[in-house]
Write a protein that binds this ligand. Sequence first.
Ligand code: G1P
Length: 293
Amino acid sequence: MTMQVRKAVFPAAGLGTRFLPATKAQPKEMLPLVDKPIIQYGVEEAMASGCDNIVIVTGRGKQSIEDHFDVSYELEKMLEERKKTDLLNIVRSISDMIHVAYVRQKEALGLGHAVLMARELVGNEPFAVLLADDVVDAKVPCLKQMVEVFNEMQCSVIATQVVEGKAISSYGVLDVKPVSSRFGERLFEIKNMVEKPPFEEAPSNLAIVGRYILTPAIFDCLSNTQTGAGGELQLTDGMRLLLQQEKMYAYVYEGKRHDAGDKLGFLKATVEFALKREDLGEPFREYLKGLKL
Ligand code: G1P
């Protein structure tokens, strides 16, 4: 029987230190790109890729994420009374959108640990992991492209992109070999991977991007993984153990990734998303043109 990806896990318990002071009392996942929290972009992508079961791994101070995906009676009632139908539809569509379950990561012990927290909710089936910081703008949603690969290969698939120069050491980095498939030069078989290596030791310029499809065998691997880079339980280290048991593939997705967890990346994403908006694009473009840059 072929395996299908129906569940998507969103690790969202991180402390958001790269975005202080904005993230002192609000989750970074709730920072809006134009008018939508960054985690909602990821949730919409997961749903558009066939995952109707969402698991969000939260921690202290993340209540507003749960509120965001919940029904807001007072707000809906007010919008209804004032006949603000468009806004009402937007607000309702968010809570209607998903079946969501929350699990708490009591301590921020790393990405691998966060994924392990979702074990019981995921069970014994393949699942997706999306890092909300990585917002991928693509004609075909990034995860959907990867689901196509998974459906054919029936093995774990990790999204990757080329990162030039020293910046590679801010990522998990892949060592790969070519593979012949209908996905052409976009698909590689993974030989090895290492979390945030020094530039000189990076095995390639292929960085891991925050989209993964993993088989459930990853959970045992994560349980057996030692603390790694930064004193945290790294997902990359767990995946390296998985690689000893199963084939894994790296997929160079089509689309543009924004690192919305970084201040400059967030600004760039905001500008690009605003320019694409039907209601804001034109006046915003005019405004930008008028700036003496
Ligand atoms: C995490 C992963 C890393 C990956 C990156 C992608 O790192 O540990 O392997 O390359 O996400 O955004 P973080 O950015 O959380 O430090």
